[in-house]
Design a protein around this ligand. Structure first.
Ligand code: ADP
Ligand code: MG
Length: 150
């Protein structure tokens, strides 16, 4: 597949539920177009979707930056927002501070961060309370030349 390095970014706005999933869906199309295997595209899309939702649900604004090399897909999502006071607690399945009105829309099940972890090879979460959060997701390319893949 890509001999060249491919990268780009998407802007996110907190509370923009009508646009929820638009960025991760576009990234999925881009990754598929690069000839990356369906399994890796699926993992990247799930992890990016959850990170995108976290910005929309919990933060004021954010940016998704993606970078694709023959070795890995790297997705960094950084936001301006409340930050996460206890990252270990936030990573717990079912833990959520989402307000009731968000839950009534079907979001805020507390499975976002655990799902990101499950679908990435490396996950780094950095957060400063009152400033914002940056998460870095890495998915390693495997299975040889993706041109031969699905
Ligand atoms: N970008 C973020 N900014 C602030 N808090 C966050 C962010 N992402 C996650 N959190 C905190 O971690 C909790 C768990 O996140 P997650 O597992 O995605 O569940 P959910 O989004 O359904 O609440 C959130 O409820 C919130 O308290
Ligand atoms: Mg979430």
């Amino acid at each position: 597949m890509t001999k060249q390095h491919c990268e780009g970014s998407f802007h996110l706005v907190g509370g923009e539920f009508p646009l929820a999933g638009a960025a991760s869906s576009e990234l999925k199309t881009i990754l598929t177009g690069l000839g990356i295997s369906a399994e890796m595209v699926r993992r990247a899309a799930i992890a990016t979707f959850e990170a995108e939702m976290n910005v929309i649900i919990h933060a004021a604004a954010g940016v998704i930056h993606y970078s694709v090399t023959p070795e890995k897909i790297q997705i960094t999502v950084s936001d301006m927002g409340p930050g996460i006071p206890d990252i270990e607690l936030a990573m717990t399945e079912g833990y959520s501070t989402a307000p009731d009105w968000v839950r009534e829309m079907g979001w805020g099940a507390g499975m976002g961060l655990p799902n990101i972890k499950k679908n990435s090879d490396q996950l780094r979460v950095e957060s400063v309370v009152g400033e914002g959060t940056t998460i870095e997701i890495v998915i390693n390319m495997k299975g040889g030349d993706a041109d031969e893949g699905e």
